[in-house]
Each structure stands twice: as structure tokens, then as C-alpha cells.
Design a protein around this ligand. Structure first.
Ligand SMILES: [Zn+2]
Length: 522
């Protein structure tokens, strides 16, 4: 990065402050923290230079957990180190580990009183944590396995650390209505996918070690699909690896169920059953490590209050031999953060560091389902969420939406700015008209927008925790999620303007006297 110019700008500025007379000190002091000086360090040239590197083929499309993503995080770390911006994790640890799992179908060796049963014909493993070995001589039958306020199959029997057997369905009362609702319509216990998770949660909440569920309908729906998945070796989506071991759950058919309890279809009374049961689950899910990159500038007056500036560092990787460069998505946001960080650092060096702390958060796994940001907010917030003032999230700010080609090209879509904090929205507007004059377009801020952009990038994980957010976005285009999203197509002058807008907004949030209020928080 070219820093010579900025050093000159700042030192000449300090010089002019130093020569002012005492009587105009207050005004001078106000001018001394004019953020435009630092915003001017954000330039199209630097953004371009960095993005050509970050979105080059060398980075292999930055797919989560793959080599290209590892190169991306190393690149970011090196940038922060060269700018002398520290990590909140201490030492040289700029990486927040995000444990992920690539799910595969698990199989089980399953026998009852010496008789063995077959995967996909007699039983399927719905859930398991790691490899599980279970050998017991009794299990607890809990009828329908329902645990609702007004009806519970668990109320008279202890299932702590036991394997529980239950069956599908929900009993009806004398009027022919379901017992948990007193109505004729299906409840969450009656059937289908929702009943599987309801019954699983009930067993787990009562302390069971595992649930074996007889559900012939779901079994015949799932078994062929699970078998195909297992035989092809296909893996499912990446997901966050949960820190808690998951309770085992097997789905079985009538035949298998009758070997455990011959009259299971007629009898619904909870009881202990004596059966020798062995289950050995082979879990083929693969653990993958990925990382968020974090750097921060500590606040000079209110260091415990945090402004987060986020962008996702990952993209789609290589498919069919083609690199998905992701220059706009989200190389543009990533590089924008680096420039914003540099501007804050220049200010700090000149004695004008932010009053509140500013966290530069580069999240992984966005393209796999906002995984890195969810890990940050749900599992491991480096700073308490209660102290987190706002998240300014940047995802695609280097292009022009074809729908806007005829109008003012110097625009940006803002999403979410008024959802939780009126003050945030007003600050964003004021700062823009004072410093940047980008046209703020709220087309996609509509709750009912069918694109649902509000839910589709990393800010959402902050917003769901009542932390005010602004999502900066240029809209989609023909190269969106295509190998043709390359750095030569970026409009660098617009990227500069939009980056400056985020910087000025962050500056105001970090330096204003009072923390913004989330007046619309739920
Ligand atoms: Zn994106």
C-alpha cells in the first residue's frame, strides 16, 4: 500500500492545527477531527491494487475450508500486520476458528436380542455425534413420545441416560381432537418432519441418551434417499459443528419395532422393556476448520463499546475447472474494510483514534449459509453482544445493478438501516449528505421484498440479536455467482465513494457522545 501521500496529508494538517491561536482552539479542535482527512486515504487506486490480488485466480475462489480460503485469511492477516493494527485475540492470532462439519449419512450395526438389522431396510440413523457405541439390556418405551403442557408420555417414567423407544402420531380425545391442542388440525407432534424434531427434542430434554422412533411413513420416505446418499458417498452442506454432542436418533419401521415391543402399535403405555440392544454408529461426517479474521482499534474513551464492520472473506471456489473470483462478491467488501481500517489507523496515529472500539470482522462461510457470522454471534462473540453498538456489513459494493444503468451511477442500496434504530438511519443519511453524497436507494429495504436480501448476508446474525445494522449492497448483476465476477469489471470510483460512506458512518458511530439507541429493538 502507498502510504507516503497520507503521511504528508496528516503532518501538514497537524502543522496547521499547531499554528492556530488559543482563542480559536475549540473550532480548530473540532476541525482537527474532521474525518475527511482520513477518508481521503481511501482511494480507488489502492482498492484496485488490492482487489486485483485478492480476487485473482491465485486465491482459487476462496472456498470455505479450502486452500484458496486459507490464502485469503493469510493475506488479510499480513495486511493488518503491515498496518500495525492488532488483533483482539492477542499476540499474532488474527484467526477466530470456526469449526464446521461436512455431513455424510451415518450407518449403524444394530441388533436386538442377537438378531441383526439392516441399514436402510430396517433402520436409518437420523442423527449422531461422532462414533457411538451403545450396549444396554433395557430400554424405556414412552408411547407417542409427546411432552406437552397438558399431555406428557414422560410424566410417570424416568428416561435419564436411557435409550427411549417411541412411535409416530398423536392420540385423540373423546371428541376426536388431538390431545395437545383439543383441535382437529395437525399439531407439531402429529406427523411429518416437525414431529421428528419435536419428539427428538422431548427425549433430549428429558435426559435420554438416544431416541428410536417408529415412523413407517417417514421411514419409507427417507430410507431410499439415505441409501442413495450413502452409496454415492455424497456429502451434504457444510454446517457449524455444534459444541454439544447431539443425541442419537434412529428411525425404524414396523418390523424392527415389533422386535423391541411386539404390541407397540396397540399399546401406548410407557414402560421399561427388557431387550438386549447393541448399536454401533459409524459417523462419516468430516470436520473442517475455517476461520474468521479479526482486527481492531481500541477505543480511546469507551473501549468496551464496539462498532463492527463486517464483510465475508469467502466465495464459491472452483467448479468445473473454473475459478469463481468473487471480485464484487465479496472481494469488494473485504478490500473496503482494509481501506477503512487504514483510515482509522492513520487517525489514531495522529492522535484521533476512535472513542469507541472498531472491530474489523472478516467472516468465513457466508456462501455456505452465513456460518462464520453465526459462529461469531451465537457461539463465540469476541466482544459481548450487549456492548456491540452496530454492525455495518458490506457485501458487494463494486458494481452497478443493470436496473439502475440509466440513472445516477453513484448510488448504493441500503438495507436494514431503519429496522432497529431510527438514530442509525438518521446518522447514515446526515453523514452521507455532509461528506459523500452517494444516492441512498432503499428499494430493497422493504420487508416484503421477494429477494429477502435482509436475511441473506452476515448482518442478519447481528440484527437477530437486536444489534442495529446497515447492509451496503449494489444489487445483483449478470456476473453474480459466476466465474465472470472479475476485478476488471469493478467500478473503482464507485467503490471508493461507497467505502468512504461506510467509513464516515462508522466514524460517527464510534465518536459521537452517546451510543446510538436501538429504539425499535424487540
Ligand atoms: Zn456475498
Amino acid at each position: 500500500m502507498k502510504k507516503i501521500l497520507f503521511t504528508w496529508l496528516i503532518s501538514s494538517f497537524i502543522l496547521s492545527c499547531g499554528t492556530s491561536s488559543k482563542s480559536t482552539n475549540t473550532v480548530q479542535k473540532a476541525e482537527a477531527i474532521n474525518p475527511s482527512v482520513y477518508a481521503s486515504t481511501i482511494t480507488a487506486e489502492e482498492l484496485k491494487e488490492m482487489l486485483y490480488k485478492y480476487a485473482s485466480d491465485e486465491f482459487e475462489g476462496r472456498e470455505t475450508g479450502e486452500k484458496g480460503q486459507k490464502m485469503a485469511v493469510e493475506y488479510l492477516k499480513t495486511q493488518y500486520q503491515s498496518m500495525d493494527i492488532p488483533t483482539p485475540l492477542g499476540d499474532d492470532d488474527y484467526f477466530q476458528e470456526v469449526p464446521l462439519e461436512k455431513q455424510s449419512v451415518s450407518t449403524a450395526t444394530f441388533s436386538i436380542d442377537g438378531q441383526t438389522f439392516k441399514n436402510f431396510e430396517d433402520h436409518i440413523v437420523l442423527r449422531a455425534s461422532g462414533n457411538t457405541q451403545i450396549s444396554v439390556d433395557d430400554i424405556v418405551y414412552v408411547g407417542y413420545g409427546i411432552d406437552a403442557d397438558n399431555y406428557s408420555d414422560y410424566k410417570s417414567i424416568d428416561v435419564k441416560d436411557k435409550i427411549v423407544l417411541a412411535k409416530a402420531g398423536e392420540p385423540k380425545d373423546d371428541n376426536g381432537n388431538y390431545v395437545t391442542s383439543g383441535e382437529a388440525g395437525d399439531t407439531k407432534w402429529t406427523n411429518g418432519r416437525q414431529s421428528l424434531s419435536s419428539k427428538r427434542d422431548a427425549a433430549s430434554a428429558n435426559g435420554a441418551k438416544g431416541l428410536i422412533l417408529l415412523d413407517s411413513n417417514m421411514f419409507s420416505r427417507y430410507a431410499p434417499y439415505f441409501q442413495r446418499q450413502a452409496e454415492s458417498g455424497a456429502t451434504g452442506r457444510l454446517s457449524l459443528k455444534s459444541s454439544e454432542p447431539e443425541m442419537m436418533m434412529l428411525l425404524i419401521n414396523d418390523n424392527t419395532a415389533k422386535s423391541l415391543h411386539a404390541s407397540i402399535l396397540e399399546d401406548s403405555t410407557p414402560k421399561v422393556l427388557n431387550s438386549d440392544l447393541t448399536i454401533a454408529i459409524e459417523n462419516k461426517s468430516e470436520t473442517i476448520t475455517s476461520e474468521n479474521v479479526v482486527a481492531y482499534i481500541k477505543g480511546s474513551e469507551k473501549p468496551d463499546e464496539i462498532i463492527v464492520i463486517s464483510a465475508h472473506l469467502d466465495h464459491e471456489g472452483i467448479k468445473n475447472g473454473q475459478v469463481y473470483n468473487g471480485a464484487d462478491d465479496d472481494g469488494s467488501g473485504t478490500i473496503a474494510i482494509l481501506e477503512i481500517a487504514e483510515a482509522f489507523k492513520m487517525a489514531e496515529k495522529a492522535g484521533h483514534g476512535p472513542k469507541r472500539s472498531v472491530l474489523f470482522l472478516h467472516v468465513t462461510g457466508e456462501e455456505k449459509g452465513l456460518l462464520g457470522s453465526r459462529h461469531y454471534t451465537d457461539n463465540d462473540p469476541i466482544f459481548p453482544l450487549a456492548n456491540t453498538v452496530a454492525d455495518l456489513n458490506i457485501d458487494m459494493i463494486g458494481r452497478i445493478d443493470p436496473n439502475r444503468k440509466s440513472g445516477n451511477r453513484n448510488y448504493i442500496y441500503l438495507i436494514g438501516s431503519d429496522k432497529l434504530s431510527t438514530e442509525l438511519h438518521n446518522i447514515s443519511e446526515e453523514v452521507n449528505s455532509k461528506y459523500t453524497n452517494v444516492e441512498l436507494d432503499y428499494t430493497y429495504n422493504d420487508e416484503n421484498d421477494p429477494n429477502r436480501f435482509y436475511y441473506r448476508s452476515d448482518h442478519y446474525n447481528f440484527a437477530k440479536n437486536n444489534i442495529p445494522v446497515i447492509f451496503y449492497f449494489n444489487g445483483t448483476h449478470a456476473d453474480y455467482h459466476k466465474p465472470s465476477d472479475t476485478p476488471d469489471k469493478i467500478e473503482y470510483d464507485l467503490l471508493e465513494n461507497r467505502t468512504k460512506l461506510v467509513f464516515h458512518t462508522a466514524w460517527e458511530l464510534a465518536n459521537r457522545a452517546n451510543r446510538i439507541i436501538a429504539d425499535k429493538a424487540e
